[in-house]
Design a protein around this ligand. Structure first.
Ligand SMILES: [Zn+2]
Ligand SMILES: [Zn+2]
Length: 350
């Protein structure tokens, strides 16, 4: 007997991690008394003298930023990871295990403009940011002490972003982080069983079905994954097999910039606010091993649930048992497509 996924409680499997999400579409009508988040200030200045990421300003560590006019990359003054200290003590007690971890943390300012987030940047300028990601990925590939480079963007105060100047981070580490290694294992298992990369097959199937596709261009598709946990969670996937960002052609860089810019612009139209999220790229480790099972992808995890101020909480059952959602992935995709239609109608594609 097949489950009616539009109306009946059911579980969906995330094939990338092996985790299940409980979907409870029948609960969308229940009364809601949610927390009202403070709406973030709508207009920022182009330059803020107190911002440690604006051009020419002095950072807390004492260094002065260049007077940059495009992107700007620097090593975080307060890095979570530090270059290899040479320590190799391993505590392998099964109950008190610890191993050394080293790495490099960089910050990338998207542009000199304090007020200009990705949806409002020129397409070429977003492509320049992606060019920096490629250059950084290649640098880390040349470092034998690094095995993985995690590129991510935290946007909005409710995601814990401490500085509104549009920027992202790269944490490059000596080991492959847990979530990435989980996805690596699942993709390798799938590849072994089916002789093709899981996410290449997945994107092709979603493009046939179309119900969770939000946006696409010649080279990329933006979709709400079948197993999405966050209300408006999305993934950006290439249409061809690319294990990592350094395989993109020039056209693909621009197409990826278009997907990034368009998706974030759609997000801003869902609740008519600057839509907060954590977004990040998963791709092949920077080592020389065979990474054929990998498919490059970018995750977007926005916390908002039903307005600019009401966010989803991961508490109770979700902390103790499994994540749960009420609005289905298919309904979320429909809401995002409607936001894109409104955006096009009012000519707001900037
Ligand atoms: Zn700034
Ligand atoms: Zn992933």
């Amino acid at each position: 007997m097949s489950v009616n996924v539009a109306s009946q409680p059911h579980r969906r499997l995330n094939p990338l991690t092996g985790e299940w999400v409980l979907v409870s579409p029948h609960r969308t009508q229940r009364p809601w008394q949610g927390q009202q988040e403070e709406r973030s200030a709508s207009k920022r200045p182009e330059y803020d003298e107190s911002c440690y990421l604006c051009p020419g300003n002095t950072r807390a560590g004492g260094q002065k930023n260049f007077d940059f006019d495009s992107t700007f990359v620097f090593t975080n003054d307060y890095s979570a990871l530090l270059p290899d200290s040479g320590a190799n003590d391993i505590s392998d007690d099964s109950l008190f295990t610890a191993v050394p971890e080293s790495g490099i943390c960089r910050i990338i300012c998207f542009s000199p403009r304090h007020d200009l987030s990705v949806p409002h940047m020129e397409l070429d300028d977003v492509a320049s940011v992606i060019g920096v990601w490629i250059a950084e990925y290649e640098k880390f590939k040349a470092m034998p002490e690094i095995t993985y480079a995690q590129i991510f963007e935290n946007k909005g105060q409710i995601m814990g972003c401490s500085n509104p100047h549009p920027h992202c981070q790269i944490w490059a580490s000596s080991s492959v982080p847990y979530v990435v290694s989980l996805e690596q294992k699942k993709q390798a298992d799938y590849f072994k069983q089916h002789s093709k990369p899981m996410l290449v097959e997945y994107a092709a199937r979603e493009l046939e079905k179309r119900e969770r596709v939000v946006h696409q261009n010649e080279h990329f598709v933006v979709l709400v994954p079948y197993w999405a946990v966050w209300p408006f969670e999305t993934m950006v996937l290439p249409k061809r097999h690319c294990t990592a960002i350094d395989q993109f052609t020039d056209d693909e860089v621009v197409a990826f910039a278009d997907a990034y810019k368009t998706l974030t612009l759609i997000y801003d139209h869902v609740f008519d606010c600057e839509f907060p999220y954590t977004a990040g790229i998963h791709q092949a480790p920077t080592t020389n091993d065979n990474h054929d099972a990998w498919q490059f992808h970018m995750h977007f995890y926005p916390p908002l649930l039903r307005s600019a101020t009401v966010k989803k909480f991961m508490v109770g059952y979700e902390m103790l048992a499994a994540p749960q959602r009420e609005i289905t992935a298919e309904s979320a995709a429909e809401i995002l497509r409607q936001a894109e239609a409104r955006m096009s109608q009012c000519g707001d594609n900037q």
